[in-house]
Design a protein. Structure first.
Length: 405
């Protein structure tokens, strides 16, 4: 709960929006790989006592924490790379801004070269006066035009002038919103509330499968046979294998379509019939159970992965923030935190409902998936309208929009 907002903010600062869905979809596969590894480790050490299923993963995560602390570069600038705006997959990298399109470039900014020339002239005048026996020039009246009018650098000594002038030229460019966004303000960002509530239901379904699928497989005869605890645990990991593919696929599709909401809603609606088919036909044979289980993982974990990564990063850098980059972790915490409530509620409800039969559990999962899709349907409609509007726009207008993008 405390780590996820931080890691999404870090990854979001490294990669731009252009290929963010695919990149973060592949990166997010580590969660499913962790689920698979955890299940396999727990199944392997059960013979030594259930306590080892907690001790061994605890040791591994402690080692990983030390490695992260020692070697993780939080920002690209820390290792002298360009920021995420100009990094891999960035829109800025694919479509560089023209000088007149950038905010502070509307006026001619001070550059280093003219300042260096002024300093050099001042030094020469100082040297010339000294050679001619005149009074040494100890003051230099130098002014440099800046973004907000005049940067007065008057009556300052020539010594050290270069450093001070160069700092004054870059100060306006570096000045940006640095105040963290408040909790309520982050909720007001367009789309945050809808995606947070959507993730509530989406994560409810995903975590119900994560915790209850091994139990369900063990107590459901597949092909007329009941499986052992170890076999059921191993087979249940295939749900997360489908989740790995779903996360990467959803991210890739959302990048190609440039439509996160459309991708999420389509995946969620497709998950409903797959869940129904898994309940009805999953017990026929292992050859039917495994493909349906992987398909369920693909359509359930795909949108869940997309929302917790690329969507959170997009909303954390929303245009309404006016360039404030310190909202990403807050937005991610809100979305993922709301989803975590559903993740806790789903397995809890399953414990009560399953006592009366598994049909009730699957009805709950399908209804939760439907609610998740309905919560984003209005955003999907807006994206479709935007696509239609861009399709009808004149060619010259579309070219202008692409340049600005």
């Amino acid at each position: 709960a405390t780590g996820w907002p931080s890691v999404v903010a870090i990854v979001g600062s490294w990669f731009g929006k252009g290929k963010r869905g695919l990149i973060m979809g592949i990166w997010n596969s580590h969660t499913s790989i962790g689920n698979i590894s955890g299940s396999l480790i727990a199944a392997a050490v059960m013979q030594y006592g259930w306590g080892w299923s907690f001790v061994l993963p605890g040791i591994l995560i402690s080692v990983a924490a030390i490695m992260v602390y020692l070697f993780l570069a939080v920002n690209p600038e820390n290792v002298e790379f360009s920021s995420g705006v100009d990094s891999i997959g960035s829109d800025r990298m694919l479509n560089p801004l023209k000088p007149e399109e950038a905010g502070f470039l509307n006026e001619t900014p001070p550059t280093a070269e003219p300042v260096k020339m002024l300093i050099e002239l001042s030094k020469r005048e100082n040297l010339g006066d000294s050679m001619n026996g005149g009074a040494s020039v100890s003051k230099a009246e130098i002014r440099a035009d800046g973004v907000n009018g005049k940067h007065g650098i008057e009556e300052s000594t020539v010594e050290g002038e270069e450093e001070r002038l160069l700092q004054s030229t870059t100060a306006p460019i570096r000045s940006s919103a640095t105040n963290a966004v408040g909790f309520i303000e982050a909720w007001m960002i367009p789309g945050v509330a809808s995606y947070a509530l959507c993730l509530f239901f989406s994560k409810l379904v995903a975590y119900t499968f994560l915790y209850w699928l091994p139990f369900y497989i063990k107590h459901t005869a597949i092909g007329g046979k009941n499986l052992t605890d170890k076999t059921a645990g191993n087979i249940s990991t295939l749900f997360d294998v489908g989740g790995v593919m779903g996360g990467a696929l959803a991210g890739h599709i959302s990048d190609r379509l440039e439509a996160r909401a459309i991708t999420v809603v389509v995946f969620l609606y497709a998950a409903i019939p797959v869940l129904l088919l898994y309940r009805i036909y999953g017990s026929v044979s292992m050859y039917v159970n495994i493909p349906l289980m992987m398909a369920a993982g693909l359509f359930v974990n795909g949108p869940y992965s997309l929302i917790t990564t690329a969507v959170s990063a997009d909303l954390g850098t929303h245009s309404s923030l006016k360039g404030n980059s310190r909202a990403l972790a807050t937005v991610t915490a809100i979305i993922d935190g709301t989803g975590s409530v559903g993740a806790a509620l789903g397995p809890l409800l399953t414990g009560y409902i399953s006592a009366r039969g598994w049909n009730g559990v699957f009805i709950m999962l399908m209804l939760a998936t439907l609610f998740a899709a309905l919560l984003l349907t209005h955003l999907m409609v807006e994206e479709i309208k935007d696509k239609i509007h861009k399709g009808k726009a004149p060619a010259t207008e579309r070219l202008g929009q692409e340049d600005i993008a």
